[in-house]
Design a binder for this molecule. Structure first.
Ligand code: NAI
Ligand code: MG
Length: 503
């Protein structure tokens, strides 16, 4: 238990603005809130109003060193706890996070602009589920006995790697953090997380909550910018494993820095996920499936967003019209309003980036955009980063909108005539994270599922990442898997061989 008086409320609170202010200016290191060693901080904004809601501690190499030293000191005793005991503590964290789910949902909606009902509340509950899932897996950290010779007992045991550095993005920060730290902790590692500069608050609150249960130093949290705070975390000599979710560009930098130290790295780097719709699909279900697949309620800010939709020609026109009609009916507005389906883009930089793609699409000869959902009219939201969903048709296959990850509410729809040709087109991408196909011909569906170049292929559904199912991409979408037992075993432990000659 902590002896320090906390600046934050001890009970769950529904006043997200007060909580944001209370979390201001802090890292969480060695079981306590601390300011940046430099005394510096940066502004955190509500993207729905433009208002400054908090300041975040601006971490640098000195803060990284303090956090890693604390994590390294805590790791020895943490690893000595029986694995089931570590799991039980992580399960307790799951329950505490669950008890704070509504609070966390409101806070994440405030700092990211994601709608409370359709996104933020869902994320908070999934986070509790992820911790609960991994909390039950302590006793699954098994090794093997290996036949070698009579009189020689040869076994493998799974040992933790040490201090894990985790770098997370802003789109689903609580969930993406949980996928990393829950298995890392249960496996006997301690962690230092570097939050995304756009969304440092809800993850910091989770860190504080979990530190009520975990021994001090097991889970440390830093806020700060990539080159100043993320890079020194990767480079720190006591960090023995790095796990990263974000852009391909930064993923490469992280992988190179990890290679210099010869440490393992897990990378989840986004995608350009194809959705293949056959004329024999269940039409209504598939139209709704396209809305979910494109993550329109998250403004398309998802690495698995179905940003390339290929529809068999006989139903192409009807499908595009039905999709546009449904998206058009979605309510864009205040993320904290229960009526809202679609909130805001995360930041001005991302807003401009997505608008650049839209302008390029609109200027393409022959291309047409169906622009859906009305912008909010509430004057309080006039500075909000609201961007209407765009459904493009008539783009060329070479268009940047079709090849690059947009990470915004923009999808491109194409007609197709031939299954082999559309498969080749779906696979013609630098990315390979996820794919979905929609058909009642399961023979064809399964055949294509085997041949799609993606880490996750779903037929007649397109769910987000789920506990117990390995998740992670091929090609430029990343390295390694998350969310499953195998992910914990393979990416957060090493196997030691022990041989006993008793002859
Ligand atoms: P980013 O890759 O720059 O940021 C992700 C994290 O990496 C943040 O915590 C950031 O501070 C950190 N970082 C940045 N530079 C670093 C460095 N040199 N060393 C260590 N850490 C560093 O992503 P950003 O700029 O937020 O978004 C750009 C694009 O990346 C998006 O438009 C989207 O296409 C993609 N992206 C993909 C995500 C996914 O879920 N796979 C999540 C976020 C972004
Ligand atoms: Mg960046």
């Amino acid at each position: 238990m902590l002896d320090q008086p906390m600046p934050t409320p001890s009970a769950p609170t529904l006043d997200q603005n007060a909580l944001a202010r209370a979390l201001s200016g802090h890292h969480f290191i060695g079981g306590r809130f601390v300011p940046a060693r430099s005394g510096r901080s940066f502004a955190v904004h509500n993207p729905a109003t433009g208002a400054e809601i908090a300041r975040a501690a601006e971490g640098d190499a000195a803060d990284v060193d303090a956090a890693v030293v604390n994590a390294a000191a805590a790791q020895k005793d943490w690893a000595k706890l029986p694995a089931r005991k570590r799991g039980a503590l992580v399960s307790q964290c799951a329950a505490l996070i669950g008890a704070h789910a509504e609070e966390l949902a409101r806070l994440i909606a405030l700092e990211t602009g994601k709608a409370l009902r359709t996104e933020s509340r869902v994320e908070a509950n999934v986070v509790a589920d992820i911790f609960s899932f991994f909390g039950g897996l302590g006793s699954e950290l098994k090794g093997e006995s290996v036949p070698f010779a009579p009189d020689v007992l040869s076994v493998t045991v799974r040992e933790p790697l040490g201090v894990v550095g985790a770098i997370i993005p802003w789109n689903v920060p609580m969930l993406l953090m949980a996928l990393k730290i829950a298995p890392a902790l249960v496996a006997g590692n301690t962690v230092v997380v570097k939050s995304a500069e756009e969304a440092p608050l809800a993850v910091l609150r989770i860190c504080e909550l979990m530190n009520r249960i975990l021994p001090p130093g097991c889970f440390n949290m830093l806020s700060g910018f990539g080159p100043e705070c993320g890079a020194p975390l990767v480079a720190h000599p006591k960090v023995r494993k790095v796990t990263f979710t974000g852009s391909v560009e930064v993923g490469r930098i992280v992988a190179v820095a990890a290679a210099e130290k010869l440490i393992p790295v897990t990378l989840e780097l986004g995608g350009k996920s194809p959705m293949l719709v056959f004329a024999d699909c269940d039409f209504e279900k598939t139209v709704m499936g396209a809305i979910t697949s494109m993550r329109f309620t998250r403004q398309g800010q998802s690495c698995t967003a179905a940003s390339r939709i290929y529809v068999e020609r006989p139903i192409f026109d009807r499908f595009v019209a039905a999709l546009a009609e449904k998206v058009n009916a979605m309510v864009m507005g205040d993320p904290l309003d229960e009526k809202t389906d679609i909130g805001t883009i995360i930041s001005e930089g991302q807003f401009e980036k997505v608008k650049g793609f839209v302008a390029e699409g609109a200027a393409t000869p022959g291309a047409k955009a169906l622009v859906c959902s009305a912008l909010p009219t509430d004057p309080a939201l006039k500075k909000g980063l609201f961007l209407q969903p765009h459904i493009f048709t008539g783009l060329t296959r070479e268009s940047r909108l079709v090849r690059e990850e947009i990470f915004g509410p923009v999808t491109c729809v194409f007609p197709f005539d031939d299954a082999e040709a559309v498969l080749a087109e779906a696979n013609d991408s630098e990315y390979g994270l996820a794919a979905s196909l929609w058909t009642n011909n399961l023979k064809r569906g399964l055949d294509l599922a085997h041949r799609l170049e993606a880490g996750l292929v779903q037929i007649n559904q397109n769910l987000v990442v789920q506990a117990n199912l390995s998740y992670g991409g091929v090609k430029s979408s990343g390295l390694g898997k998350e969310a499953s037992l195998e992910a914990m075993q393979e990416h957060f432990t090493h196997k030691k061989t022990i041989m006993v000659n008793y002859g």
